[in-house]
Design a protein around this ligand. Structure first.
Ligand SMILES: [Zn+2]
Length: 97
């Protein structure tokens, strides 16, 4: 069961995960094959994320997601754009407000 919380910047639903380092990472709730973060639900219902590597590739119970920071329209203006995210999108959204 995914517990989604609206992003406080853009109000889109996001899924909070815990990284291997024990930090909180918000990802987009829908899996995206272009994402770079492997997300799975552990036995306690907590969502875990990690970066797949050549040694530890994606496993059958993990799905690729994009970190929300890569798609949040209010963040993409401040950060270098990751591959696959167009700045055009963020611009259009901003103009509409
Ligand atoms: Zn956001």
């Amino acid at each position: 069961m995914k517990q989604l919380i609206p992003c406080r910047d853009c109000r889109r639903p996001i899924l909070w995960t815990i990284t291997e380092a024990g930090k909180r990472l918000a990802v987009d709730p829908d899996p995206d094959p272009a994402g770079n973060t492997a997300v799975r639900c552990d036995g306690t219902g907590a969502w875990r994320s990690r970066r797949p590597t050549a040694d530890l590739p994606l496993t059958g119970w993990e799905r690729l997601h994009k970190p929300h920071i890569a798609t949040c329209p209010t963040r993409t203006e401040q950060l270098a754009l990751p591959v696959g995210v167009t700045s055009l999108d963020a611009h259009r959204r901003k103009k509409r407000r």
